[in-house]
Design a protein around this ligand. Structure first.
Ligand code: NI
Length: 148
């Protein structure tokens, strides 16, 4: 378990389309554990692998009701809209208004490679969308709503 450095601002890792995870091994487990430590230490509710310099498709989310690890995540269903303030550990101290779906269902794998689906509403849906965007090199600032 260790705190990893979170890349910020203009770091090219934030702009990379990350590659699928193929090996569900000890290294993956180690990085996931480190990411959780790093996210909680920074008081965040989500963190994507490329934010700690790992260009692979996985992220973690915890909006206060437990840690969710999403490996090779895909949004398979979304509905509704919500408009609200969003921040990102890679842009400390900054916030912006972003429109997101109100509810999304994500299909992903767990750290052992087992496939599952998880549905989130409200803040959890927002966090899922934000983190999965990271894996495609997209940050919330690309989606700011002008005039809030
Ligand atoms: Ni972020």
């Amino acid at each position: 378990m260790a705190i990893r450095n979170i890349v910020t601002d203009q770091d090219p890792a934030l702009r990379k389309v990350c590659r699928s995870v193929l090996n569900f091994d000890e290294r993956l487990a180690q990085i996931l554990d480190d990411m959780a430590d790093t996210m909680y230490e920074a008081d965040g509710c989500g963190l994507a692998a490329n934010q700690v310099g790992i260009l692979r498709r996985y992220c973690i989310v915890d909006v206060g009701d437990g840690l969710i690890e999403l490996i090779n995540p895909e949004i398979i269903e979304s509905s509704g809209t919500q408009v609200g303030e969003e921040g990102c550990l890679s842009f400390p101290g900054e916030f912006g208004v972003v429109e997101r779906p109100m509810k999304v269902t994500v299909k992903a794998q767990d750290r052992t490679g087992k496939t599952f689906t998880v549905t989130g509403e409200g803040l959890k849906a927002r966090a899922f969308c934000h983190e999965i965007d990271h894996l495609d090199g997209i940050v919330y600032k690309d989606k700011l709503k002008v005039n809030g």
